[in-house]
Design a protein around this ligand. Structure first.
Ligand code: GDD
Ligand code: MN
Length: 386
């Protein structure tokens, strides 16, 4: 890092400007941002240019500009990569809120104020969107529109939970609270830093602001075939990294513990040497106790992270009620499947039972993940975390 910082004080807002061959655009971007922010956030912001050793010496121009613009800092790296440049800038940033804006004037600096407004209202993440009323793309050729939408669709289908929360998850123009992303390990690849933030971090309130993606006037886009390959690899990596394998194994272990509770209590309730109750009554009681056992372990262990977002006794009771219903329906499904395979397909009854157990376990896991422990998911967009 070139030592061009001015003072070490904390800032409200740090904006990273990733650059690669933006010599002809940088001065104008910096000038306009400084003008807007000197008025809106005097002394409370910083601009960080992260340049990947551009052949056109954008880094030298940036260093020069630091004399004219007090809040400008420059980093010059020997690696390449838009997403990694942005994260590198954020690591060096001193702001409570972190932002990224492309340094080619395609992202209108004015929109920064609208994004900042949303953050001040309490949003954890504010995204400039092309795909909402008031937003758009200037004069894009049909093939570019189709390509852009195709990429978005593919990513949305692969990562619906995280990316489906906003209209333009492919945007490269946004602001995020540092504390919302601070504890996460990011492994950036390619262009889409926002995907990394959406998929890997716990983001509560998301706000969107419309913007029109301007035509490039100077310089050239750095999008190449390699960027497309990196995009596909990135989507796949995010999907694999966030598959709930560990959670599923915990869920199975808890289910296994439930079998012992059920067996033990069935003995205690029904055996003639113990309580000697009727078999049906004993089984119902034992099964319900196993459900309670499983719920408690799942709540403090399997789904701990999700349960933590929904505190209070009432919320817990609600989770339990849902869990109970799902398990009961699961049991009915189990019996039904076993019967169908055994009676209709003439399958071996133990194989049929094994298949039924696997299917019902997956069913239980999926439903409980989405209904019992993740009730707040769909409402997150408007949820206030603080
Ligand atoms: N440091 C660094 N390193 N900066 C880079 C690199 C890099 O390897 N590659 C690009 N940049 C900088 C550019 O200098 C520019 O400031 C910004 O990142 C965006 O790069 P462009 O090459 O201009 O991208 P684009 O405008 O064609 O497309 C991007 O933005 C669109 C809208 O957000 C892509 O992300 C599109 O997919 C997206 O639709
Ligand atoms: Mn661009």
């Amino acid at each position: 890092m070139d030592g061009h910082g001015h003072g070490d004080g904390a800032r409200k807002l740090s904006i990273v400007l990733p650059t690669y061959n933006e010599h002809r655009n940088l001065r104008e971007v910096v000038r306009r941002l400084a003008e807007l922010l000197d008025a809106a956030l005097p002394g409370g912001y910083e601009l960080i240019v992260v340049d990947d050793n551009s052949p056109d010496e954008t880094w030298a121009l940036a260093a020069e500009l630091t004399h004219e613009f007090q809040e400008l800092r420059v980093m010059r790296r020997s690696e390449r990569g838009l997403a990694s440049a942005v994260l590198r800038g954020w690591q060096a940033a001193r702001g409570e809120v972190l932002a990224v804006l492309h340094a080619d004037l395609q992202h209108d600096p004015e929109v920064v104020l609208a994004l900042w407004n949303e953050i001040e209202r309490g949003a954890d993440l504010a995204v400039a969107s092309r795909h909402m009323a008031g937003g758009g793309v200037n004069e894009w050729a049909l093939h570019r529109r189709l390509f852009s939408r195709g990429a978005q669709l593919l990513a949305m289908l692969t990562l619906p939970g995280a990316l489906g929360r906003l209209s333009d998850p492919m945007s490269g123009f946004f602001m995020v609270r540092r504390h919302a992303i601070a504890e996460n390990t990011m492994s950036p690849l390619g262009y889409k830093v926002l995907m990394e933030v959406l998929v890997r971090c716990h983001i509560g309130w998301i706000a969107e602001v419309p913007y029109v993606f301007r035509e490039r006037v100077d310089g050239a886009s750095k999008i190449t075939g390699m960027v497309v390959i990196d995009f596909l690899r990135h989507v796949l990596r995010l999907r694999l990294d966030t598959l709930p394998v560990g959670r599923f194994l915990r869920f199975c272990a808890v289910g296994f513990s439930g079998v012992f509770v059920d067996m033990g209590l069935l003995y205690l309730f029904s055996d003639s040497h113990a309580l000697g109750w009727g078999l049906t009554r004993s089984k119902l009681m034992a099964a319900e106790c196993a459900i309670v056992n499983n719920f408690l372990w799942n709540d403090v262990w399997t789904f701990r992270d999700l349960a933590g977002d929904q505190t209070g006794f009432r919320a817990k009771l609600k989770r339990f009620a849902k869990f109970n219903v799902i398990c009961t329906v699961g049991l009915a499904l189990n019996v039904l499947l076993l019967n169908a395979q055994f009676n209709l397909l003439g399958m071996n009854r133990y194989l049929a039972n094994a298949i039924a157990i696997v299917v019902v376990t997956l069913w239980n896991f999926w439903l409980n993940t989405h209904l019992s422990w993740r009730v707040a998911e769909g409402q997150n967009t408007g949820r206030r975390m603080e």
